[in-house]
Design a protein around this ligand. Sequence first.
Ligand code: TYM
Length: 333
Amino acid sequence: PQRVLSGVQPSGALHLGNYLGALIKFSRLQHEIPTFIFVADLHAITAWQEPALLAAQTREIAAAYLASGLDPKVAAIFPQSQVRAHAELAWIFNCVARLGWLDRMTQFKEKSGKHKERSSVGLYTYPVLQAADILAYKATQVPVGEDQRQHLELTRDIAAKFNHDYDRPGFFPLPEPMTQGPGARIMSLRDGSAKMSKSDPSDYSRINLTDDADAIAQKVRKARTDPEPLPETLDELAKRPEADNLVGIFAALSGRTKADVLAEFAGKGFGTFKPALADLAVASLGPVTAAMRGFMDDPAQIDAILKDGAERASPIAEATLAEVKKIVGFIGA
Ligand code: TYM
């Protein structure tokens, strides 16, 4: 059986990259395949989170899920920490994954920076917990942005090694990342070589899901570009990272391909393209932002939705965990 699973960390404001790389896909998939979408609060505390802020941001992510069209009666929406099996399975996977595999993880290198010895141990084993998130549901498809590909490969390595070591071919499926489409790698609006991220100090580098129409329009207007008109071909576009990024955003927001967008705008300058992009961004994000605010006005409702989602997700994850414990040789499972 197919299952979709994904999650977002409540570690800062959601931005356009999260929306186009991940959220927008969740609501499209939920009607086709059983879908599990969680708020990765266990992952968030691998870096320090102010407790009150963590709680608020957890609800904000849930509000964004709902605002982007996830239906809590269709998909299971829940906080990772409310389904114990994630953390318990992660321990077992810590004993499957090899140090050499984790040593290669580029995200750890980026996030730990120059102070590796001061990073939490959790930050290091972060991808192992991610594998547990996915494999607890035997998920087959994982809609994520490009930056999560390496973590998905590690998940596949863990699944394959578990299946092999315990001689259970096919017990865990090898999940596929879903990174198709122009939204999978949205870059900073200030620098076409850096990805749009929560941690960029410049707020002008990203469009936040909480930005109002004026802020969105202004950020698009101020986005870095070159002076040339838009080219005819994707090859030429690929040589101009900032232009490529804006065309990609336009394509992802409108559900079109970059080639299709170029066909409309080739030969036109940014004086024409940017206002069109700003209008499109405001028209598509405005309703999401407004809906998100509406949900955030009722935290009790969000908490009830998350609790219900956890109650639906738990039996599935628990069943996998029970099988795993038995396979491993733990008695009483
Ligand atoms: P996180 O919280 O950093 O990001 C959430 C999702 O947004 C995508 N994303 C982007 N997509 C396109 N362009 C960008 N600039 C951009 N920035 C972020 C991410 O790829 C992600 O899909 N480790 C995950 C959370 C996680 C998870 C999981 C995901 C934990 N367990 C299990 C899938 C399955 C993360 O840190 O995402």
